[in-house]
Design a protein around this ligand. Structure first.
Ligand SMILES: [Mg+2]
Length: 303
């Protein structure tokens, strides 16, 4: 069943706001500021997702050169948002006149397989949610700007498929069927093994302990140690709030795992399912929501 335009708008807003709230909740768990759960500022995950959305809106679709320039300019404007070492090294090399693609390839042996391509993918997944083949091409191109290792790209792809499936979903969540569909799209052994582990977790009468989830799925900065963990947090829960709370509870790279679970859960449950108190604490909430609605308008051919 096709998703109605109004519901689609809510899902776009939910996914982008969900990214920002999961990110800020994870960052807030580090900071522990009395009286608030969200960090006062979101981090690189949201900042780069905003860059992706801005570029998609401006160019009415994916333009890799424009997207890369948007990344560079946004990082230059706010370099204090907790960026990992990789992207800034690529951006600086570009400003020195070097070929950024070569820098991205040589940054780590075989390229980066960090979760940096996955964490920012929600706007692409919303925009191309109705065509998984188009989405695959878009995500591969956008990932390679900074993350060229196949496992970094596949992590971004699985996160994008999860968000796209959540956008396309109507009706109640069937976590098991959701992960089985993702498994049918996974290629590398490590992702297939972890998605199979999630299916095992979801099939048990009692849920695994946090420690077991972290041991089997991971909570690190590598895409394969965080994307499956975010997918688990979404599929093992039944609300936006439960999903992001669980994602952050695994520790480790909490802002990114929170951002990814928030992107999927926000796309599934929609903007109205996000607790008002979190929206009230979120930095630049109105701007992020307007941007998501602009993305929806472009998608709908409204401007
Ligand atoms: Mg971050």
């Amino acid at each position: 069943m096709a998703v109605s335009p109004g519901v689609l708008r809510s899902k776009f807003a939910g996914s982008l706001l969900g990214t920002a709230i999961g990110d800020s909740l994870g960052a807030g768990a580090w900071l522990r500021i009395p009286g608030r759960e969200l960090a006062p500022h979101y981090t690189d995950d949201t900042h780069m997702a905003i860059s992706v959305a801005k570029s998609l809106v401006e160019k009415k679709g994916l333009d890799l050169e424009h997207l890369f320039l948007t990344f560079v300019r946004d990082w230059e404007a706010e370099p204090w948002r907790g960026y990992g070492p990789g992207p800034p090294a690529i951006f600086r090399a570009f400003r020195r006149g070097e070929d950024p693609r070569r820098v991205a390839e040589q940054l780590y042996p075989g390229g980066s397989f960090g979760n940096g391509a996955a964490m920012r993918v929600a706007p692409l997944a919303c925009f191309y949610h109705d065509d998984l083949e188009e989405l695959r091409r878009a995500v591969e191109g956008a990932s390679r700007l900074t993350h060229t290792h196949p496992l970094g790209i596949e992590g971004a792809l699985l996160q994008a498929y999860a968000v796209a499936m959540a956008v396309s979903s109507t009706g109640p969540l069937n976590g098991l069927a959701f992960v089985e569909e993702l498994l049918s799209l996974a290629e590398s052994q490590v992702y297939r093994r972890k998605l199979t582990t999630i299916i095992g977790f979801l099939s048990r009468p009692r849920r695994p302990s946090r420690r077991e989830v972290v041991r089997e799925l991971g909570n690190g900065v590598e895409a394969f140690n965080s994307v499956p963990t975010a997918i688990y947090a979404f599929t093992a829960t039944s609300s936006f709030e439960e999903a992001v709370r669980m994602a952050v509870s695994f520790g480790g790279d909490m802002d990114t795992i929170g951002a990814m679970a928030g992107a999927i859960a926000g796309a599934f449950y929609g903007r109205e399912a996000i607790p008002a108190r979190w929206l009230g604490e979120l930095e630049n909430r109105d701007y992020i929501e307007r941007l998501a609605v602009r993305l929806w308008e472009v998608k709908m051919g409204l401007g």
